[in-house]
Design a protein around this ligand. Structure first.
Ligand SMILES: [Zn+2]
Length: 282
């Protein structure tokens, strides 16, 4: 309901440019290009109040940060609106991906041969992730750190078998904390990977510390931080990173306290309105 209201409002804000002003010195064309006086960004027909409504329900500190720097916020949003489909899609315990969702642009990581350390065969990720992954692996190498990849894209069916394995090993309750039911795993998105040992000790080895400090610079976000289980639904996973683009990690850090779950939930609810209000997005 909130989204519909905002859309209606943004429609109104644009509406006045359709009517030429009598005897004014401004041409119709110029008037169409001029931002609405109350818009907080020249490429979005959104006022500060519209933006505030979009953040309804978010933690107050996040709302305050967006209200304080609305132009920077929308500048980041413009970059995010240009991302390929499903990059910022929600996949968690509340929101399942369809069983038949499989990215069409998966790239076999083995193509990179010995340049990349792959802990098993058959690893693949979506094409838009590859440039930043290459940049991150090489930046780490220059710092004397070898990043090894243990898991990447997983199909719905694979996750189904994996979850059943963990239920068998640990029982239902513990399996829910450490593994994901099919459709709720970020690995199905094709943008998410596990590094190294896939154990909590990874937080304290050089590769784990390096990733914790630097992964965001390359657009990779730690999905399940320590002490966030009540928000993310999952125990701490220092090895599990999701690529959300560099604009995405910048927005996540600057406005969402570095908590990916808040950012993705916001984007799920507000993304369509932001897309509709963007006058410079294709
Ligand atoms: Zn993982």
């Amino acid at each position: 309901m909130v989204l519909a209201t905002v859309l209606a409002m943004t429609g109104c804000a644009d509406g006045n440019t359709d009517h030429p002003t009598a005897g004014g010195g401004v041409t119709d064309e110029a008037a169409e290009q001029a931002p609405s006086p109350s818009a907080v960004h020249p490429d979005f027909s959104l006022t500060a109040d519209d933006l505030d409504m979009l953040t309804d329900g978010m933690p107050p500190e996040i709302r305050a940060r967006i209200a304080d720097r609305p132009t920077v916020f929308l500048e980041r949003a413009k970059d995010l609106l240009a991302l390929p489909e499903m990059i910022l899609a929600r996949a968690d315990k509340q929101t399942r991906l369809p069983a038949d969702f499989e990215p069409a642009d998966l790239v076999d990581l083995a193509r990179y041969g010995d340049r990349w350390i792959l802990n098993r065969e058959g690893l693949s990720l979506r094409a838009p992730v590859i440039p930043d992954l290459a940049a991150m692996i090489e930046a780490a190498r220059l710092d004397g750190i070898l990043l090894d990849i243990s898991s990447s894209y997983r199909s719905y069916d694979y996750q189904d078998r994996l979850f059943a394995y963990w239920v068998d090993q640990l029982g239902q309750e513990e399996a829910e904390r450490v593994s994901a039911r099919p459709g709720t795993s970020q690995h199905q998105l094709g943008t998410t990977m596990d590094f190294g040992s896939v154990s909590e000790e990874f937080a304290d080895v050089p590769a784990g510390r390096w990733l914790a400090a630097h992964a965001w610079r390359f657009g990779f976000s730690l999905s399940y931080p320590d002490g966030m289980e009540s928000i993310t639904g999952y125990a701490y996973e220092p090895w599990h990173f999701r690529w959300i683009s560099r604009a995405g990690t910048a927005m996540e850090r600057e406005f969402f306290g570095g908590v990916q779950q808040y950012f993705i939930e916001f984007w799920e609810s507000a993304g369509p309105t932001l897309a509709g209000a963007c006058t410079a997005c294709s």
